[in-house]
Design a protein. Structure first.
Length: 189
């Protein structure tokens, strides 16, 4: 079983965030999006009030129906190795994603349309370790988990010692140093 984070592991979230500024439904808060998108994710983090305020605006345009994405429209933001890896893994790959579920679902449904039937686990505001502890599909056995965030990997390591953890660094960086670093899904066993 392979648990795969979505943002910055399978999907170039930073490029997507910048592109949102050009979506007509986001025009009223375009400058806010560009300001947030130009600040490295590690600087603000997912809990930043400024970041949350902008993403709440994006959620509202999704909820209203003013912003939608056609199937496949967001596939341009998938990293090149993702579609083939997911096809090869089939039911062995599960995507686990943090964030407001509707916003995440809109991205995933468009980006992965037609790739393969997938199991998607939406954690909402819960950490992945918190979510996994309550998910009935995992009982703590050996599995792989790939994420770009050391904070998530730290919690997972403490809660699930049998998980084999990998830190994804699509930016080519060295990583945190506590887990094997990979730059592509093709580096997984």
């Amino acid at each position: 079983m392979y648990f795969l984070d979505f943002d910055r592991t399978l999907f170039d979230t930073d490029a997507y965030n910048r592109a949102l500024a050009d979506e007509p439904a986001c025009a009223p808060f375009r400058d806010d999006i560009l300001r947030i998108a130009s600040t490295p994710y590690g600087v603000l983090g997912s809990k930043s009030p400024e970041r949350k305020a902008v993403w709440d605006k994006v959620s509202k345009v999704f909820e209203s129906g003013a912003l939608t994405f056609a199937p496949g429209y967001l596939s341009r933001f998938l990293y090149a190795d993702v579609p083939e890896f997911l096809r090869e893994m089939g039911n062995e790959a599960l995507i686990m994603t943090y964030g407001e579920p509707l916003r995440q679902q809109m991205k995933i449904d468009s980006a992965l349309a037609g790739v393969v039937r997938l199991t998607i686990l939406y954690t909402g505001e819960a950490s992945k370790a918190e979510f996994l502890a309550t998910w009935p599909g995992y009982h703590g056995g050996p599995a792989f988990f790939v994420d770009d965030r050391p904070a998530e990997l730290t919690e997972l390591a403490a809660a699930f010692p049998s998980l084999k953890l990998y830190e994804m660094r699509r930016d080519g960086g060295a990583g945190d140093g506590r887990w094997p670093v990979i730059h592509s899904l093709s580096e997984l066993p």
